[in-house]
Design a binder for this molecule. Structure first.
Ligand code: PLA
Length: 434
């Protein structure tokens, strides 16, 4: 009262007085930590240098460094533009999208699809599919945890954390070999409590570009059977590892043949270059049709409280591409072309570094697969690449190979050679010759 009186006497306006009397609603809100991948894009955009290179986000670019609209998408859009869709038609098309997506993962002739033994829903791209599953997991297995590879896509941690599912990691990558740490991975799978949930990347692991071999997947699957673990696959890059969608589904097919119930998040952001359209799918295999109906209704219920229903336009395009054989054939070729361009850039970058006389072992660039190369560059080297050479990537040394082009690859190789071979004053760094 005394305070109020003092303000009144000083002749303050009413709103100023009210503000002075209580804290702002948002005083306690501090900025969220920056997303490490978006932060790279921001730094890149703020750099005025004309020859800057963005190797941050895993978004496909053509050999001129430009984002692409695939021919299959243009064809599909041409066909859907002429139609006026009713709500009921959209629901039917969404179901078609889910069914066709499931075929990509589980196989065209898979029994689980023929017998309706899966619950599938359209999702907001890969992120939305993962989040829906995380919510579902917490709702129906409230005491469970999720085991994810170390390292994994940074947002996996945020997604399961926000869904309040405790996170554990399992060994995956070996920094010395820049390959898979299979022994430690198997130990972690064995030591996890029976019936644990595991997040797996079925192909083109992000960020390492390191995938288990078929034989290793077989062993992982067998151990999962013994331990009764649940495999949840995040399939964000189908087609990008080998150029062949069937080949890239091999890990999942191995688990399928072993009789696992499987969960799978699918994204069409990369393999159809439909980033902004947010088209994806979540599917969960079930014991029978009755279970599938129940699970689907629960997934729809979770989705309806978060975003209602997913966007229509991208769904129409994807559904058309997957169900029209001619357009699908165009798509399969385009996926192959994108993957081949990335593979070619891997070989060219490695060769260019070797030609420069770099004493380091760059073999992992071509051993690794998919969109990313886990280069082993240190945070200091990444920092120098940005500051001295206008080359941007995440601090873990992940290179989005999709940003490498015929025109920038030599410059990139020289920049990498420079920061790994010489210090800022041009002195040779003997320590890097490991
Ligand atoms: N899962 C994995 C393994 C991913 O790498 C990504 C995207 C997603 C899911 C989500 O994809 P969405 O767009 O379909 O939701 N990772 C990107 C993008 C390409 C990003 O993090 O912003 C990456 O650069 O890692």
């Amino acid at each position: 009262m005394m305070i109020m009186w003092r303000y009144l006497r000083r002749g303050m306006s009413t709103s100023t007085r009210v503000r002075a009397l209580r804290r702002s609603w948002w005083d306690h809100v501090t900025p969220a930590p920056k997303d490490p991948i978006n932060a790279v894009t921001e730094a890149f955009l703020a750099d005025p240098c004309p020859y800057k290179i963005n190797l941050g986000v895993g978004a496909y670019r053509d050999d001129d460094g430009k984002p692409v609209v695939l021919q299959c998408v243009r064809e599909a859009e041409g066909k859907i533009a002429a139609t006026n869709f009713l709500e009921s038609t959209c629901a039917a098309i969404s179901s078609k999208l889910v069914e066709e997506s499931a075929k990509l993962v589980y196989g065209e002739d898979s029994d689980v699809i023929k017998e309706g033994r899966f619950a599938g829903v359209q999702a907001l791209s890969g992120t939305g599919a993962c989040r829906l599953f995380a919510e579902f997991q917490r709702r129906f297995y409230p005491d469970s945890r999720i085991y994810m590879p170390d390292p994994t896509w940074s947002n996996h941690h945020n997604i399961w954390r926000d869904a309040q599912v405790p996170i554990r990691t399992f060994h995956y990558y070996h920094p010395d070999s820049k390959g898979l740490n299979f022994v430690a991975l198997m130990d972690d799978v064995k030591n996890a409590p029976n019936g644990s949930f595991f997040l797996l990347h079925p192909c083109a692991h992000n960020p390492t570009g390191v995938d288990p071999s078929d034989e290793q997947w077989q062993e992982i699957s067998s151990l999962f059977k013994v331990k009764n673990h649940f495999p949840f696959f995040d399939m964000a890059y189908q087609g990008f590892a080998s150029g062949d969608l069937e080949r890239d589904a091999r890990a999942i097919r191995i688990f399928l043949d072993d009789g696992h119930l499987i969960g799978c998040a699918q994204s069409f952001a990369k393999n159809m270059a439909l980033y902004g359209h947010r088209v994806g799918c979540l599917s969960l295999l079930c014991d029978d049709k009755i279970q599938a109906v129940a699970i689907k209704s629960q997934l729809q219920q979770i989705a309806s409280t978060i975003y209602g229903s997913p966007p229509i336009h991208g769904m129409l395009a994807v559904s058309k591409i997957l169900s029209d054989p001619d357009i699908k054939a165009i798509w399969l070729k385009e996926v192959k072309d994108m993957a081949t361009r990335v593979q070619r850039m891997r070989a060219t970058l490695k060769e260019a570094l070797e030609k420069l006389g770099s004493p380091l072992n760059w073999q992992p660039i071509t051993n690794q697969v998919g969109m990313f190369c886990f280069s082993g560059l240190t945070p200091d080297e990444v920092d120098r690449l940005a500051k001295e050479f206008h080359v941007y990537m995440t601090y873990d040394g992940r290179i989005s190979m999709a940003g490498v082009t015929t025109k920038n690859v030599d410059y990139l190789a020289s920049a990498i050679h420079e920061v790994t071979a010489f210090d800022q004053d041009g002195k040779i760094l003997h320590t890097v010759c490991a």
